[in-house]
Design a protein around this ligand. Structure first.
Ligand code: NAP
Length: 261
């Protein structure tokens, strides 16, 4: 008798977690699982995950639903960034529509440690208003699409860090742009804060190890950190680690295999 066709897993990625999941998923489940990773195609030279890779949007939840159907995707893991809310809700709608099993892989948020001076805010607009009055030179790591609210703060100088050179000019009157991709080392982050005489950090509660060193550097210098809260995770099953996501795949593969054909 011919071996059953492999189940197909789509990982919505563009994150370290997505990459960290693709290789062990392919290795652990071998010939019974085909692993495909999808990237939005925003980053100029993305680090590619192991296995098959598809680059570019699907065309909304309808487009993603059509892809899931056509490609016979049985399992979908949404490992996108915690602030990439559009693709996560599209993933939920598409998976519900097609009947694809879906899991969100959501990295744990950072937690404040003794010595941290975090100012919790709900939005980037609030963050722009919450920068302490004594601050003059702000390190801004909120992503290219969240810079506009800071344009009103002509009283401040910003050090803006992005992964890629932006397509449009930065909308801030007084700033310096640096383009760099994590992981960042704490010693380098401390040196950056010192070199630019930074007196406040504004960031998002992204979580993850690659960009956590700036928080340790800010703590060491006793700097205030304006922290933009995360949007809520997508409803439905969530895993906090790659290991938990692998366990979910294993359990679902067992169930899918047990289905009557
Ligand atoms: N937001 C961040 O700060 C951030 C940080 C690090 C990495 N990323 C990664 O960068 C990507 C884009 O982030 P975003 O905030 O622009 O997302 P978003 O606002 O949630 O999604 C915008 C559109 O991009 C496409 N898209 C997003 N992620 C995709 C993926 N993994 N594969 C294929 N298409 C995808 C979808 O287009 P269609 O409607 O055409 O399907 C979606 O409607 C995400 O994959 C995310 O994991 C984001």
């Amino acid at each position: 008798m011919a071996a059953p066709a492999p189940e197909r897993l789509l990982i919505l990625g563009g994150t370290a977690e997505g990459r960290a999941l693709a290789a062990p998923a392919a290795a652990r489940f071998g010939p019974s699982l085909t692993v495909i990773s999808a990237l939005a195609g925003r980053t100029r030279a993305p680090i590619l995950p192991a296995g098959e890779v598809r680059i570019g949007g699907f065309g909304g939840s309808e487009g993603l639903a059509a892809y899931l159907r056509e490609e016979r995707i049985g399992l979908l893991i949404d490992a996108t960034h915690p602030y990439a809310t559009r693709i996560s809700s599209q993933a939920r709608e598409a998976a519900d529509q097609v009947g694809t099993e879906r899991l969100a892989l959501v990295r744990p948020p950072w937690r404040p440690l003794p010595g941290d001076r975090w100012i919790d805010v709900a939005t980037v607009e609030e963050a722009a208003a919450a920068i302490p009055v004594e601050a003059e030179r702000v390190f801004l790591t909120v992503g290219v699409r969240s810079l506009a609210p800071f344009a009103a703060r002509a009283d401040l100088w910003f050090l803006v860090r992005l992964v890629d050179e932006p397509a449009e000019p930065i909308p801030l009157p007084r700033h310096r742009l640096i383009c760099a991709r994590g992981p960042f080392a704490e010693a380098d982050e401390r040196a950056l804060l010192e070199e630019h005489r930074i007196d406040c950090l504004v960031t998002r509660a992204s979580g993850g190890e690659a960009t956590a060193a700036k928080l340790a550097a800010a703590r060491a210098r006793r700097l205030p950190v304006v922290m933009v809260r995360r949007p809520p995770p997508p409803p439905g099953p969530c895993a906090a680690s790659v290991e938990d996501a692998l366990a979910w795949i294993e359990e679902r593969l067992g169930r899918l295999r047990a289905r009557p054909s």
